[in-house]
Design a protein around this ligand. Structure first.
Ligand SMILES: CC(C)(COP(=O)(O)OP(=O)(O)OC[C@H]1O[C@@H](n2cnc3c(N)ncnc32)[C@H](O)[C@@H]1OP(=O)(O)O)[C@@H](O)C(=O)NCCC(=O)NCCS
Length: 158
């Protein structure tokens, strides 16, 4: 599991007990998981469908630095299942675990759509895929430019 995002627990994140408010933590982890699902499925239109039990294992306090970890545990047809963990960055003490978070891949009409993914893609692979797509797009636009130039020359000749 990769712990990409770090958060610094500040006064506005605390509950009346003086420890990290569960709602703040859930907002952070839902966003982290959504970004992970978007990256893996290469689609901005994903929604949280299901979350299993949330285990608030231990408290975080003001000033603590915590880190959020997500990994994919299952690729379905239209869904992706993730596992989440939050821990103290220094002590590695576990703060929260969620065994199962299901995100669904949607099409333009908001209906579940097959995503075609079967395994985790890592940052290098995602970057390579993006680079290949950009290269294809620029070859495509060079081809369009060449065609349009030829059309303009033909227009001028008539
Ligand atoms: C997401 C939504 C479009 C899915 O609709 P649906 O009718 O449940 O769709 P389906 O039955 O085709 O299921 C879609 C996928 O979700 C999975 N799924 C559905 N219910 C599930 C549940 N309770 N637990 C786990 N997975 C579930 C299905 O197995 C399927 O995955 P697969 O294709 O990989 O097998 C709809 O439920 C919805 O709009 N929910 C609200 C989402 C939302 O607003 N989230 C909060 C803000 S992001």
């Amino acid at each position: 599991m990769n712990f990409h995002t770090r958060k610094w627990v500040k006064p506005e994140d605390l509950n009346p007990n003086g420890t990290l408010f569960g709602g703040s933590l859930l907002r952070w982890i839902d966003e982290e998981a959504a970004i992970y699902a978007i990256s893996q499925l290469d689609n901005q239109r994903v929604v949280t469908k299901f979350m299993s039990e949330i285990n608030f294992v231990s408290s975080a306090r003001q000033g603590d630095i915590i880190e959020l970890g997500i990994t994919a545990t299952h690729f379905g047809r239209t869904s992706i299942t993730l596992r989440a963990e939050v821990r103290n960055k220094i002590t590695r003490t576990s703060i929260l675990t969620i065994e199962k978070m299901v995100f669904v891949n949607l099409d333009e009409t908001g209906e579940p759509a097959p995503h075609g993914r079967t395994q985790i893609r890592y940052a290098d692979e995602l970057f390579e895929a993006h680079r290949r797509d950009s290269d294809k797009a620029s070859v495509g636009s060079a081809e369009t430019f060449r065609r349009r130039s030829e059309e303009r020359i033909e227009d001028a000749a008539h």
